[in-house]
Write a protein that binds this ligand. Structure first.
Ligand code: F6P
Length: 349
């Protein structure tokens, strides 16, 4: 009997740990007698028939590699004319029995629709440095991003101290402040700005002034790229790089640190600089924690596939790896909880 063919794809922004999932799922399923095929560049690869054979040889040595050996894209087949029909046709013609989609809310949203509306055999794995997916306590990639941002803040402390400066560091996370709040706390930032909890520029300046009065000669401000800049009552803005949106309607955030740094310097007189961490937070090798989490997800999704748990996603609940409906994951953004904001504020001067 011919082996059942399983496709695996990575969609959306890359993150450290994607290769660890690909390796774990491939090794487990090949051992169980399935044929594995990687899809190049996310959903686009399924529309364009871009396939990469996967086995123990092609996945050797990738556990510690950042990025994704499959490539990724933000292509949304639902938004392409005839995109879904083409994709469904290609799956049938290539005799692909089931698909593992590794992605964030956009990629998993497509998997959920392909399962719900077109009855395709889909299972998912939650990835994103942003950690904003519901249904799972943590996504892989997040821990690595927090580690990178924390190390950056550590470095900014020493140069800020040498020059008696305030440094504003802009951290990714889209519309959630998970990376910022964790790295901000871990790195001892003097003030933290998140999309979930408003704090005005005036309040931030007061914190910095108090800190200087208490004897500090420099400050670090950690700001989420999606935090609202509130310059005066009723005047707030989310800073974007352009008016463009991607195929999933996402705006391109970025630039808040520069504007904030100028405002802080103008209002306080403290010499202020801005540092934008950008894609450095998504690159490079995953932490040991992310490698283990990604490996657990990869093995779990292989088990789910064998059990034919279609429309489900591997998830972390406490310390258990479980499966939850994709619908839960893509339903609502997981926001930073009040508890973490309270913790962060405890250390504001
Ligand atoms: O979702 C992950 C993420 O890195 C966000 O934190 C960020 O806003 C966005 O992707 C950047 O996207 P791109 O790689 O398309 O510039």
């Amino acid at each position: 009997m011919a082996k059942k063919k399983v496709a695996i794809l990575t969609g959306g922004g890359d993150c450290p740990g994607l290769n660890a999932v690909i390796r774990a799922a491939t090794l487990k399923l090949v051992k169980a007698g399935y044929e594995m095929v990687g899809v190049g560049h996310g959903w686009r690869g399924l529309m364009e028939n871009e396939y990469i054979p996967l086995d123990s040889d092609s996945t050797a040595g990738i556990l510690s590699q950042g990025g994704t050996i499959l490539g990724t894209s933000r292509t949304n087949p639902m938004k392409e004319e005839g995109g879904v029909e083409l994709l469904v046709d290609n799956l049938r013609q290539n005799e692909i029995w089931a698909t593992i989609a590794i992605g964030g809310d956009d990629t998993l949203g497509v998997a959920n629709q392909l399962h719900g509306k077109y009855d395709l055999n889909m299972v998912g794995v939650p990835k994103t440095i942003d950690n904003d997916l519901s249904g799972t306590d943590y996504t892989f990639g997040f821990d690595t991003a927090v580690q990178i941002a924390t190390e950056a803040i550590d470095r900014l402390h020493t140069t800020a101290a040498s020059h008696d400066r305030t440094i504003v560091v802009e951290i990714m996370g889209r519309h959630t402040g998970w990376i910022t709040v964790m790295a901000g706390i871990a790195g001892g930032a003097d003030a933290i700005m998140l999309p979930e909890f408003d704090i005005s520029v005036a309040e931030v300046c007061d914190i910095l002034r108090r800190s200087r009065e208490q004897g500090r000669n420099y400050n670090i401000v950690a700001v989420s790229e999606g935090a609202r800049l509130i310059t005066r009552e009723g005047e707030e803005q989310m800073v974007t790089q352009s008016d463009e949106v991607d195929a999933f309607g996402n705006v391109k955030l970025g630039g808040v640190a520069n504007l904030l740094a100028k405002e802080i310097e103008r209002r306080t007189g403290f010499e202020t600089r801005a540092t934008v961490l950008g894609h450095i937070q998504r690159g490079g090798t995953p932490t040991a924690h992310d490698r283990v989490l990604a490996t657990r997800y990869g093995v779990k999704v292989a088990d789910m596939l064998q059990a034919e748990e279609w429309g489900m996603m591997a998830a972390l609940k406490g310390d258990e790896i479980v499966s939850v409906p994709l619908e839960v994951a893509v339903g609502e953004r997981k926001l930073v909880r009040q508890e973490f904001w309270d913790l962060a504020q405890t250390f504001f001067a």
